[in-house]
Design a protein around this ligand. Structure first.
Ligand code: TA6
Length: 291
């Protein structure tokens, strides 16, 4: 999907940031000399990142729903305050909430944006805790996304989540991922724990939670001769997901062939293990570089 051709400009809000609309959603278009990005306020969702003179790194489904009525398929969904089906809705409510733009800083090296989401009556009805979460997105020749969660209430709570990055690849069958550690939970087989050689190719439905992944992962797209490095912090696992053919065919917001050009590599807290006392914060981040 060429995100940039779908943007309608509304107003310039800083040297390198324009407020735009994409199919009815408000979005921030970052056009820094070192890289471009688009982030929707719905979900604080990065839907594109292109380093200057390089191809798009982020995958978006051709059939993604951009009406703000359901989670966006593709980009970097912010899954919070839990991962997957630990509770309902799946992957939490942050990815389907409206975030506020808090600040922008532009300089020669980068543009940084901070978006913010706080508890409200609607969130308290789903999850009865007071919070403040901030997503900092840094755009230069690399992309850095950092989620800081703060307990603003007066009792401890527990959280999980993920930066559920959909990476674009020229051919998933020619893509391999390394740095994954020695074992994984296989979500396609009722959570059976399996040994891993530390790397994987993707040639079938894949839904794996790697529980001893390294901080740095390498994603090699042999079809395009491109290597990405993803550096994750604050996570308890790295999740690798590709729905493959039959699951894609069953999903309204995927095209039948869409799975061939994507793989999700996620900085995750799959096990809801971060305990935050009042006033305490936790940071979960992902930085992506093209070598
Ligand atoms: O991160 C992997 C996963 O939890 C898979 O199990 C798969 O369901 C995927 O995320 C997408 O979830 P979603 O709720 O966006 O359809």
């Amino acid at each position: 999907m060429d995100i940039y051709s779908k943007l309608t400009s509304k107003s310039s809000i800083s040297q390198h940031v324009t407020l735009c609309e994409i199919e009815g959603l408000d979005a921030l278009h970052v056009h820094h000399p070192k890289g471009s990005a688009v982030i929707t306020l719905f979900g604080a969702h990065v839907i594109s990142f292109k380093p200057a003179r390089r191809k798009e790194l982020i995958w978006m489904s051709q059939n993604a729903d951009l009406t703000g009525k359901k989670a966006i398929r593709g980009g970097i969904p912010v899954c919070w305050p839990w991962f997957g089906k630990a509770a309902s809705p799946s992957h939490g409510f942050a990815r389907t909430s409206h975030w506020e733009l808090e600040s922008i800083s532009d300089n020669k090296q980068r543009t940084s944006l901070t978006l913010c989401l706080k508890h409200c009556d609607k969130s308290l009805a789903i999850w009865p805790h007071k919070f403040d979460i901030r997503l900092n997105v840094d755009i230069s020749e690399s992309l850095s996304v950092s989620l800081t969660s703060t307990n603003t209430g007066d009792s401890e709570w527990t959280m999980g989540g993920a930066l559920h990055t959909y990476l674009r690849t020229s051919d998933v069958k020619a893509t391999s991922i390394s740095g994954l550690g020695q074992q994984y939970i296989d979500s396609t087989e009722q959570g059976v724990i399996k040994p891993s050689p530390g790397h994987t190719d993707i040639n079938t439905e894949t839904d794996r939670i790697y529980t001893s992944a390294e901080k740095k992962l390498h994603i090699v797209d042999n079809g395009e001769n491109r290597r990405l490095t993803m550096e994750n912090t604050g996570n308890s696992s790295a999740v690798v997901w590709n729905p493959w053919q039959s699951l894609s065919e069953s999903m309204a917001d995927m095209t039948d062939e869409g799975y061939l050009q994507m793989v999700c590599v996620e900085s995750a807290i799959h096990d809801t293990t971060i305990r935050l006392a009042p006033g305490r914060s936790h940071n979960l981040s992902t930085t992506i570089n093209v070598d």
